[in-house]
Design a protein around this ligand. Structure first.
Ligand code: VAL
Length: 452
């Protein structure tokens, strides 16, 4: 067995953790979720969710990984043999997510290229669905692989494989250090350009004007908790795996606060840019912002090309920045979604890193081919919704209940954090994790189920 790998430095770990958190969820998911859930008023449940669940769970996951210095299944097995399955469940979630995540990264890569000279033409909607995805019309009609979609996905897989095979320090940490600064520059350009476009105020008004009545709607709260879990990469083993590569003396609570706040900062910047641009498009077309906004994938791959077409100049540049940001943010997150699987397989079967990377990438690559078929977008939509509403939240819930109520480990975990961190965690943390978080997550899941 090879020696356990380690991050090159504390800053390297924090950059890698932020690069995992900042992903597709920040750039197209967050702006849309805010819009759907009361605009400015959403910020209140969002921050409450961040403080009452996301950051406390993040601290717990950092501590678990750091203490066990093992993969996610090994971490749970170390707590009690009975709970190794929670670790494998989280690995399963990573496998499901990565297979469609790579398809979106492939699309972002294509669209970065199509931005040059706005190759999607005057009708981006039919370009996306017909020319590019070649969508088949029925759910059960796979319709074969669409080569235009497969090619960029293959390229993205090759790059991902290259990074993962190099390992934690020379692969993951190094790629995050190169890509994150580029991402920051792209994001700043998108934000500044988005908020200075004519008509942007219309969009910003929608984003920032609170609709306080929305606060009484449980669905708004559910959306806020769902968003922080996905966005902060918690509940599916990523942060636990990343912290397992930390040296013994590492400040855990400080890192959790930095990663949590940086991720939210990125989300907010992206939302400002996206809504500014939506306001611009609405004014150009003489309609309300609600008429141009679209959910999920459509927002990035249909609405944005429309916006870019209408641009008063330098449209190719804005397109490259937007889709390039999506590509880089997605890529560094994809790396982090596969690492828990690699680490788990490696330990379970006593493999070298190379062998584990080959197995994990091989299997998830084959699964990702499903989303390059002509029916791909439909499968993606269904699976994404299911895994987010149930998979991640239930995994987080299981983790919290087992640690707080079954194994009664919270005091030991808090002692572990306080033993290495400058910011000491008080007893509030136990209360939040043992009482507040489970109650909210149970209510969330119940509402989701009733909604189905
Ligand atoms: N947190 C990332 C995102 O927001 C991934 C890892 C799910 O997209």
């Amino acid at each position: 067995m090879e020696q356990r790998e380690q991050w090159g430095s504390k800053a390297g770990f924090i950059i890698a953790a932020i690069s995992s958190a900042v992903g597709l969820g920040n750039i197209w998911r967050y702006p849309y979720v805010v819009y759907e859930n009361g605009g400015g008023a959403f910020l209140i449940p969002y921050f409450i969710a961040l403080l009452t669940a996301a950051i406390p769970i993040l601290i717990m996951e950092y501590a678990l990984g750091h203490r066990s210095r093992g993969s996610v299944p090994r971490t749970f097995q170390g707590l009690s043999r009975r709970f190794e399955w929670i670790g494998w469940w989280q690995i399963f979630i990573c496998v499901v997510i990565i297979s469609y995540y790579m398809a979106i990264i492939g699309w972002a890569l294509s669209y970065t290229y199509y931005s040059i000279g706005t190759q999607w033409g005057n009708d981006p909607e039919s370009f996306f669905f017909k020319n590019f995805l070649g969508m088949s019309d029925s759910f059960w009609n796979f319709g074969g692989i669409q080569w235009k979609v497969l090619l960029p996905v293959l390229l993205a897989w090759a790059a991902l494989y290259f990074v993962l095979i190099k390992g934690v320090k020379k692969g993951i940490e190094k790629s995050a250090k190169i890509l994150m600064p580029i991402l920051v520059v792209f994001m700043i350009i998108i934000t500044i350009r988005g908020v200075t476009l004519p008509g942007s105020v219309e969009g910003l008004n929608v984003l920032l004007t609170p609709k306080f009545s929305a606060l009484a709607d449980p669905k708004v709260w559910i959306a806020a908790y769902g968003q922080v879990f996905f966005s902060l990469s918690i509940g599916f083993g990523i942060m636990m795996t990343y912290s397992s590569y930390l040296p013994k003396k590492s400040d855990l609570s400080n890192s959790a606060f930095i990663a949590g706040l940086a991720n939210s900062g990125f989300e907010f910047l992206a939302a400002l840019g996206v809504f500014g641009a939506l306001g611009f498009l609405a004014v150009q077309q003489g309609v309300g912002v609600e008429n141009v906004a679209k959910a999920g994938v459509g927002l990035a791959f249909v609405v944005f090309p429309n916006i870019i077409n209408e641009f008063p100049g330098l449209n190719s540049l804005f397109g490259v920045c937007f889709f390039g940001a999506l590509l880089f943010a997605g890529f560094t997150s994809a790396v982090s979604i596969l690492e828990p699987c690699i680490s788990a397989v490696r330990e379970k079967f006593n493999l070298t890193r190379k062998a584990a990377v080959n197995w994990v990438c091989g299997i998830t690559f084959v699964l990702s081919l499903l989303y390059t078929t002509r029916g791909g977008l439909r499968y993606l939509d269904t699976i994404d919704r299911f895994i987010n509403s149930y998979g991640i939240v239930l995994a987080g819930l299981a983790e919290v209940i087992v640690l707080a109520w079954v194994l009664r480990q919270l005091d030991q975990i808090r002692d572990h954090v306080n033993g290495v961190s400058i910011i000491r965690i008080g007893r509030w943390w136990n209360f939040v994790l043992a009482v507040v978080t489970p109650i909210i997550l149970i209510i969330m899941t119940a509402f989701n189920l009733v909604d189905e």
